[in-house]
Design a protein around this ligand. Structure first.
Ligand SMILES: NC(=O)c1ccc[n+]([C@@H]2O[C@H](COP(=O)([O-])OP(=O)(O)OC[C@H]3O[C@@H](n4cnc5c(N)ncnc54)[C@H](O)[C@@H]3O)[C@@H](O)[C@H]2O)c1
Length: 313
């Protein structure tokens, strides 16, 4: 079962699970995601337009389907979405997850693989799983609370789970996220449409940009890992290489062959994170994960995919 499977990362995960021969039910209320993201697998999955917080629906579905694994991407998926909607975001991200975990524990789901986030780290220098963290915004706080919810369901109910702290994910199928999309996508769209790439501050802030297929690969390794690795475990997923926004613009210009216009403005955001860089030694050591894509490869994948689409239509 893939919750939030019509969204950006969830749709890639669904495609890969189908490719590997799994029977997949997608639950998505289309709050932000789009069914078009599932075009390539639409005849091979069951799609349910539902809120994953609908307890009666979810319980019935898990029981009927005999769900073994739940991949969870649903809820408020970025920090700005919480602005003025803090209570709703907390309900969708934390309360919904607690309810989901209870249902999974009660109905024999083998394992829950869920999206946490690197935003939990804020501006910490060492972004490693056992660091003491102070989530810098409501979004990050909900992810932190989800991790502890998972820990308690493991300790009290024996529910297996793995949370993945994704670092800045980019790739295709992100159009629906609009201004909430990753900077790689936003700058790429600006470049292709002749608009300015808006950069906060001097552009020297850095991000560990992770290609979406590397995220999917990590989660599927988590699904297949031995039980020992699924006792409410947490893993970073990133590349261990960071790029400044200025460097990002250079890579995009090089890969597209287009010359962009950069506009530097004063940073309007509070608690802005200046630098992110994953320490991935734990996931390498325990799950054998290695990121396959660097930023240039990832961008060129997106570009070759959009060329194929243009040719087809
Ligand atoms: N994209 C990133 O860079 C990134 C980084 C770290 C963590 N994450 C996390 O990964 C997950 C997926 O992110 P994404 O970028 O694919 O975002 P997304 O918004 O594209 O995906 C979320 C999907 O969940 C659906 N959804 C939202 N609320 C729902 C609900 N109550 N019931 C059913 N469906 C619901 C949306 O319609 C959407 O299709 C999120 O939990 C996000 O917090 C993303």
């Amino acid at each position: 079962m893939v919750l939030g499977g019509a969204g950006f990362i969830g749709s890639h995960c669904t495609e890969e699970l189908v490719k590997q021969g799994h029977e997949v039910v997608v639950v998505d209320n289309l709050f932000l995601g789009r069914k078009e993201n599932l075009e390539s697998v639409k005849d091979k999955i069951e799609f349910c337009k539902e809120d994953y917080c609908n307890k009666e629906f979810l319980e019935k579905k898990i029981r009927e389907q005999g769900t073994e694994y739940v991949f969870h991407f649903a809820g408020f998926s970025s920090a700005p979405m919480f602005d003025g909607k803090e209570a709703e975001g907390i309900e969708k991200n934390i309360t919904g997850f607690a309810q989901l975990s209870r249902l999974c524990a009660d109905h024999g789901v083998k394992r829950v693989l869920y999206a946490s986030s690197s935003s939990i780290y804020g501006d910490l220098k060492k972004q490693v799983e056992d660091a003491k963290v102070f989530p810098p915004n409501f979004y990050a706080m909900t992810k932190y609370a989800m991790e502890h919810t998972a820990r308690l369901f493991w300790q009290e109910q024996g529910l297996e789970s793995i949370g993945f702290r994704f670092f800045s994910v980019y790739g295709k199928n992100e159009k629906h996220k609009g201004r909430f999309a990753n900077l790689v996508s936003q700058f790429l769209w600006a470049l292709q449409e002749g608009n300015e790439m808006i950069i906060y501050g001097d552009g020297e802030q850095t991000r560990d940009f992770t290609y979406v297929l590397d995220i999917v690969k990590a989660m599927i390794l988590g699904m297949k890992a031995e039980e020992e690795k699924a006792k409410a475990n947490i893993y970073n997923v990133g590349t261990e290489k960071s790029y400044s926004l200025n460097e990002l613009c250079n890579v995009l210009e090089r890969e597209t062959g287009l010359k962009g216009r950069r506009k530097y403005i004063e940073n309007p955001l509070k608690n802005y994170v200046e630098h992110t860089k994953a320490d991935t030694s734990k996931i390498k050591r325990e799950l054998g994960f290695e990121a396959e894509y660097d930023l240039s490869n990832g961008v060129s994948e997106i570009l070759s995919d959009s060329k194929k689409k243009t040719r087809r239509f």
